[in-house]
Write a new protein. Structure first.
Length: 373
């Protein structure tokens, strides 16, 4: 079988991985010289802990298994089974963490409510003030800015993979066939359009009423910390954002403990992961209303800096990079991904939201199974 994958981000690359792994030939087409969207502008978290139960959790857990397996084959991914800690500072936040640890699926997520002393044993860099922490053993991390490069190197070694950068696919021209902006037609037994947040042009023509929206966020990265941050770190505002934490305790937190004004205005939470060079990737904000602002605003960065420093008990290293990114999210946020046949032999796969990095291996595996690869 010959599979054409349109899109060089992590969802597209994982579809290429599934096809090559099953013995097929793959041509992957990317409109940029390298993917530059949400697949790079993220935390690199394999984030199981906050996922909704049912299909979403099952997808995340399966993806976590696949990431670990692929990481063993491709060391350059930098796969690390580091887990995560969410420190809590008061009784209201503690109650939300306690409710999460009592979920029927808590063991599958690796939840454990630990004391502050135990949290510091797990992550000695957390020298700030907090009362306890929710430990999530199943969370992990990879290096987002280089993951696609190393995956493509491994795919190329198969002899059945071709990467075509700098080509924008403009139209579907027949069964399993697309034409790019060089005028070349790419014919396959199957075409997967994994175009991420690029929802205009050909995608809009194929699916005018696509139930997917774009979300903008701001993030930053610091100079090396100078010590190991041995886990990912979140704050209690993440309880408000992720569906796994819904509970009566969360309702009470929302009612009695407002977010800081800046955090509320920008729909913020803290997520933080250390990169292999020692720097910290920190975020994030959420903006849903179009047109998006073109500025990166300083107030959210100042808020995040304060939260991080309160957990670390020390000043944050110098911020070296600030950026904004855009990702695609199903308008029905309970859906893991939008997968739709848009023409004979052509499928559109988009809209995983903030789950793209986490769930992409399992999303691609499901596509391959459903298409009979």
């Amino acid at each position: 079988m010959r599979v054409i994958v349109v899109g060089g981000g992590v969802v597209g690359t994982m579809h290429a991985w599934q096809a090559v792994e099953r013995g097929h030939e793959v041509v992957q087409i990317e409109r940029e010289a390298e993917a530059r969207g949400a697949s790079l502008r993220n935390f690199g978290q394999i984030w199981v802990s906050g996922r909704a139960g049912g299909e979403e959790l099952d997808t995340a857990l399966r993806a976590r298994e696949l990431w670990e397996r692929i990481g063993a084959e491709v060391p350059g991914l930098g796969f690390r089974a580091i887990g995560s800690l969410t420190p809590v500072r008061n009784a209201r936040e503690y109650a939300v963490a306690e409710a999460a640890a009592a979920r029927p699926d808590a063991a599958a997520r690796g939840y454990e409510l630990v004391t502050a002393a135990r949290a510091r044993e797990i992550n000695p860099a957390l020298r700030g003030t907090f009362e306890a922490a929710l430990w999530c053993e199943r969370d992990a991390a990879v290096e987002p800015r280089t993951a696609q490069l190393h995956l493509r190197e491994a795919l190329g070694a198969s002899g059945r993979y071709t990467f075509l950068p700098g080509r924008e696919v403009r139209e579907v021209v027949g069964d399993g066939a697309v034409r790019d902006d060089h005028g070349d037609v790419h014919q396959g037994d199957a075409v997967v359009l994994a175009t991420g947040a690029w929802l205009s042009g050909m995608v809009r023509e194929l699916v005018p009423d696509l139930p997917v929206r774009r979300v903008r966020l701001q993030m930053m990265q610091t100079a090396p910390l100078g010590e190991a941050l041995t886990t990912s770190v979140a704050d209690a505002d993440s309880f408000r954002y992720y569906p796994a934490y819904k509970s009566e305790a969360l309702d009470l937190l929302d009612a009695e403990q407002a977010q800081a004004p800046v955090a509320a205005a920008h729909r913020m939470q803290l997520l933080m992961v250390q990169r292999r060079d020692g720097g910290l990737t920190i975020g994030d904000t959420h903006e849903y209303e179009h047109p998006f602002a073109f500025d990166t605003l300083e107030d959210p960065y100042e808020h995040l800096t304060g939260v991080v420093e309160s957990f670390l008990g020390r000043p944050l290293p110098k911020i070296r990079h600030r950026w904004a990114g855009v990702y695609a999210q199903c308008t029905d946020t309970t859906r893991v991904v939008h997968r739709q046949q848009v023409a004979d032999g052509v499928w559109l796969v988009t809209g995983p939201g903030g789950r793209g990095m986490t769930c992409s291996p399992a999303i691609a595996e499901t596509t391959a199974n459903e298409l009979g690869w």
